[in-house]
Ligand binder design. Structure first.
Ligand code: GLN
Length: 230
């Protein structure tokens, strides 16, 4: 019993939402893989703890960290003031922004975000993409996952999907689906952070220290190259 509790004491529960390639998604064997997963595991290895990855809906992550069902979460989560009132964020680890995916036949109709202001838009629930869509048209359908939102776009349930650009680019590059394209305009200025319970400042420090170490020893760059090929 004591051996078990010592092992458990070293395992940190980290939430994610695994339909957000290349940050977190599942392979053919249903294993959760991706940039974020490698990053948190590399940090944990540096800092001497184990990670248990827990998959759940995106909009359940902040509440789960807040109520200590999770000790933290890594899910391409943008650092926002609103979230930072409820959970702590690590130092920023990835620069992101929002882009819109539209049907290819609509490229000339929707050259910009402004041209979408009277359109129904789609996004993943609880995301900065959903907030941006709310500001642009206020007519927003929200879905549990981005793939579901894209499906809705393709069946003409909405005119654009607002989502994080690196995820849109990865989708367009890997899915061989030429029925959808990205508009040229971008909303930049988002930073991803790892969420940590405010009740666990020691874990926040370990994660920031580990992040700093993997930046300095080249591991971060290696993981970045593996998933983004640059
Ligand atoms: N970065 C966006 C947000 O934090 C989307 C994250 C996601 O869908 N995994 O809201």
């Amino acid at each position: 019993c004591s051996a078990l509790s010592i092992a458990n004491a070293n395992t940190v529960k980290i939430g994610t939402e695994a339909t957000f390639a290349p940050f977190e998604f599942t392979n053919e064997k249903s294993e959760i893989i991706g940039f974020d997963i490698d990053i948190i595991k590399a940090i944990a290895a540096e800092e001497g703890f184990d990670v248990e990855i827990v998959n759940m809906p995106f909009d359940a992550l902040v509440p789960s960290v807040l109520t200590s069902q999770l000790e933290g979460a890594i899910a391409g989560v943008t650092i926002t003031e609103e979230r930072a009132q409820r959970v702590n964020f690590s130092d920023p680890y990835y620069k992101s922004g929002i882009s819109a995916v539209i049907r290819k036949e609509d490229v000339s109709k929707y050259p910009s975000f402004d041209s979408l202001k009277s359109s129904r838009l789609c996004a993943q629930i609880g995301t900065t993409g959903a907030n941006a869509a709310q500001k642009i048209s206020g007519n927003v359908g929200t879905y549990n996952t981005v793939p579901e939102a894209i499906m809705e776009l393709k069946t003409k349930g909405c005119e654009a999907v607002l989502n994080d650009r690196p995820v849109n680019l990865y989708f367009l590059r890997t899915k061989n689906d030429d029925s959808v394209v990205e508009i040229k305009e971008l909303l930049n200025g988002e930073d991803y952070g790892i969420m940590v319970s405010k009740k666990n400042p020691e874990l926040l420090k370990q994660i920031n220290d580990g992040l700093d170490k993997i930046r300095k020893n080249g591991k971060f760059a290696e993981i970045h190259k593996k998933w983004f090929n640059v």
